[in-house]
Write a protein that binds this ligand. Structure first.
Ligand code: 6CS
Ligand code: FE
Length: 303
């Protein structure tokens, strides 16, 4: 009789009775030192140490103009606004995020597969990669709300079932990311400790958490401990710059009350060796537009 698929061991139990610190059990950079790829060795050393690295110009200003035009087209499309993959701001009803843009748009699909993008993800994850999640966070001006402190991996492990920390996000700036307009803040070094959060995952949690996260949010005490130990760095940059950050880096971003939007496109690359099974701490899996079930490796154009 065929045996049931063995469930991977839960290396990072979370959403139990109390908040617990667990040492990271996984490498940060999975490829062997010296593995060729678009990252310089020093950039990978920074990434290993801090859990993130910023690339000054991942794509050119001309390419950014094309990406902005595509973003404007998506945001202006009434069909997109009605789509469940569009998340609106709690107050202004403006679009806050559009998920699965790599499937919705040929332009963003090409960007994800671009060797400068997917090639860097392969170099960090040491394997073929697929897109676990993609989104544009529009963060328009005049009051767009931020994203409270969290570890993405805590959610992707608990609710999507990613077994190990073999996942990397890239945030590509489509508008200037200033210190003032809600740019990404990361606690350098926080990626080395898994903060197991207290509190069970409500059913259909994603319907709220993509607007305002609750389950999987660290306590003020834990955040203070991490901030005292790691500090806080703000990731700013011109349009076309990009921040690569480890799935377990504690990060967040503030509201944007300036007139200047902070619109970034995010791709989350997961190793094809790190396929999700069932959630580790949630009653049901999240929809595939947030946690892809298509594990086919990204294919980059030659050259
Ligand atoms: O739950 C998620 O997958 C999303 N939530 C946040 C706050 N960051 C990662 C991701 O977009
Ligand atoms: Fe996040």
């Amino acid at each position: 009789m065929a045996s049931a698929p063995t469930r991977p061991i839960d290396l990072y139990p979370t959403r139990g009775a109390e908040e617990v610190l667990i040492g990271r059990k996984d490498p940060v950079v999975w490829s062997a030192p010296g593995t060729p790829g678009p990252f310089w060795a020093r950039e990978l050393e920074d990434y290993e140490r801090d859990g993130f690295v910023t690339v000054e110009e991942l794509v050119t200003p001309d390419e950014v103009a094309g990406l902005r035009a595509e973003l404007d087209r998506l945001v202006a499309d009434p069909a997109v606004r009605e789509d469940e993959r569009a998340i609106v701001e709690p107050h202004s009803r403006e679009i806050r995020s559009v998920f699965e843009v790599h499937r919705m748009s040929e332009v963003f699909a090409r960007l994800a597969a671009d060797p400068r993008v997917a090639g860097r993800a392969r170099q960090i994850l040491g394997s073929e990669v697929y897109v676990h999640q993609s989104r544009v966070n529009v963060k328009p001006g005049f009051g767009a709300s931020g994203f409270y402190w969290h570890s993405d991996f805590e959610t992707w492990h608990a609710e999507d079932g990613l077994p190990q920390m073999r996942t990397v996000s890239v945030s590509i700036a489509l508008t200037a990311n200033h210190t003032t307009n809600g740019s990404l803040m990361i606690m350098p070094g926080s990626h080395r400790t898994f903060l197991s959060c207290a509190g069970e995952t409500p059913k259909d949690n994603y319907k709220r958490s993509l607007r305002m996260q609750d389950a999987g949010t660290p306590s003020n005490e834990a955040l203070t401990t991490f901030a005292d130990a790691c500090g806080i760095r703000q990731c700013t940059g011109a349009p076309g710059s990009a921040t690569w950050f480890d799935c377990n880096a504690l990060h967040g971003s503030g509201d944007n009350i300036t007139p200047y939007p902070r619109s970034n496109v995010f791709f989350v690359f997961n190793s094809v060796e790190n396929r999700p099974e069932a959630p580790f701490a949630a009653p049901v899996r999240r929809p595939s537009f947030i946690a892809s079930r298509d594990f086919a490796p990204v294919v980059s154009p030659a050259g």
